[in-house]
Design a protein around this ligand. Structure first.
Ligand code: ZN
Length: 421
């Protein structure tokens, strides 16, 4: 244990965004993540179930609050402004439950947790993760900004790069990781009881190059694995700084798999006459026209176009059940090359509880393996291919603890208990 820390055991939480349990086991088994390999022999690791939908901001909100989306109120990267078809992007200020760092009994360093912008004032240091439009608002206290600017800290990679050049994108991923390492080393010297660090480049890397992981002949396979070797090296460095009794928790927020097809769910609804849009293709939900019964927001969130909720609402209270049944049938029957596309259609009351359920989507679809659900309003066909290779998965995030027993079949809401213990 380093000298400036007290005698109470410390707690370190390392997040690796979007890493499936099989990937981390595989790279540990192949000797490419040797530090993780030795941690696995000491502690316990399990697959973990993500929140529904399995989107990073929903999951990290559940991880840090210990609550389900019906309580913390974050259901996806996007939401509609009340009473309109205008999209907004909920950030930390939309969170309706308390993250663990609100307990002022302990001191914290919190580095790069997604969806926690702007940075809250806490007992310690806070640096927000993606999405953070301005670094100045992503840090607390203000004096932290100077430190980060000096190291040319980057919250996230510029994914636009990946559309142009995979090589430049990879270079930037490694560069961002290097800055993250510098930042963690700097803040390690602060006084703290709980230190949380999240790697987020992993999710970016997998979205664009999951095929490079699967295919060992792929020109970027080695680079892909090298990224995880770097993460492993930093994990090893952190472990070396821990005392015997200090607790280490590692986790991801969701898993990842190869995309077979992207699925434009609003096109499905339009083909069935359930969604009516203007003629011009547009990303805007304002394009929704009279007569629309339902529409979808990313990734598979179905909203009834209720009369009392939306400007061109159609669905009255007494019609809701009939329309929900109709829409459930449509999605349950959706096939691609004879294969079922939607594994399950959830009604909101089946998967969520709490005061925010009223704002939840009426239905949430979970896809069969390989189908990447989309709620875009800009589409040509139901099924399409694009630049992305990897998509999130629900059942195979991972959870590791060095010293504590894990719950049976853990889910993201359970992580909070390990942090609070
Ligand atoms: Zn992702």
């Amino acid at each position: 244990m380093t000298g400036n820390h007290g005698s109470e055991p410390k707690k370190v939480i390392i997040g690796i965004d979007g890493v499936p349990v099989d990937l981390i086991r595989d790279l540990a088994d192949r000797g490419r993540m040797p530090n993780v390999e030795s941690l696995l022999s000491e502690g316990e690791m399990s697959a973990m179930r993500a929140a529904i939908p399995e989107i990073s901001n929903v999951n990290w909100s559940s991880i840090v609050t210990g609550k389900n989306p019906g309580e913390h109120g974050i259901f996806g990267f996007t939401d509609l402004i009340k009473g309109t078809y205008t999209i907004n992007f909920p950030d930390r200020r939309a969170l309706k439950a308390s993250p663990f760092w609100e307990d002022e009994e302990r001191r914290y360093v919190i580095l790069n947790v997604p969806a926690m912008y702007p940075a809250p004032e806490i007992n310690g240091i806070f640096v927000s993760g993606f999405v953070s439009p301005q670094l100045g608002k992503a840090v607390s206290p203000d004096s932290t900004l100077n430190v980060l600017e000096k190291m040319d800290y980057q919250v996230d990679v510029d994914s636009e790069k990946a559309h142009k050049s995979k090589r430049l994108f990879l270079d930037q991923l490694f560069e961002t990781l290097e800055k993250r390492e510098k930042a963690y080393k700097h803040f390690w010297e602060e006084k703290w009881d709980v230190f949380m660090l999240v790697f987020t480049g992993s999710d970016r890397l997998e979205h664009f190059l999951f095929d490079a992981y699967i295919d060992e002949e792929h020109e970027y396979h080695e680079r892909f694995v090298e990224y995880f070797e770097e993460v492993d090296r930093i994990i090893g460095d952190i472990v070396d700084r821990l005392g015997e009794d200090d607790e280490l928790v590692m986790l991801s927020d969701h898993g990842m798999e190869l995309i077979k097809e992207n699925v434009n769910l609003n096109k499905v609804l339009e083909d069935e006459g359930i969604l009516k849009t203007g003629n011009k293709p547009s990303e805007r939900y304002r394009n929704i026209r009279e007569g629309t019964k339902a529409f979808v927001l990313d990734p598979g969130r179905v909203y009834l176009n209720k009369k009392d909720k939306y400007p061109r609402g159609k669905v009255g209270k007494d019609e809701e059940e009939v329309f929900l049944d109709e829409i459930m049938d449509v999605f349950e029957e959706l096939v691609c090359d004879g294969e079922k596309v939607i594994e399950e259609v959830h009604r909101k009351d089946e998967i969520y509880f709490g005061e925010e359920v009223e704002r939840a989507p009426d239905l949430v679809l979970t896809p069969a393996s390989g189908y990447n659900l989309k709620g875009s309003m800009r589409y040509e066909d139901v099924f399409e291919q694009n630049v992305f290779k990897g998509k999130h998965t629900l059942n195979d995030a991972f959870l590791y603890s060095k010293n504590s027993d894990l719950p049976e079949e853990p889910k993201v809401e359970d992580v909070r208990n390990l942090i609070d213990d």
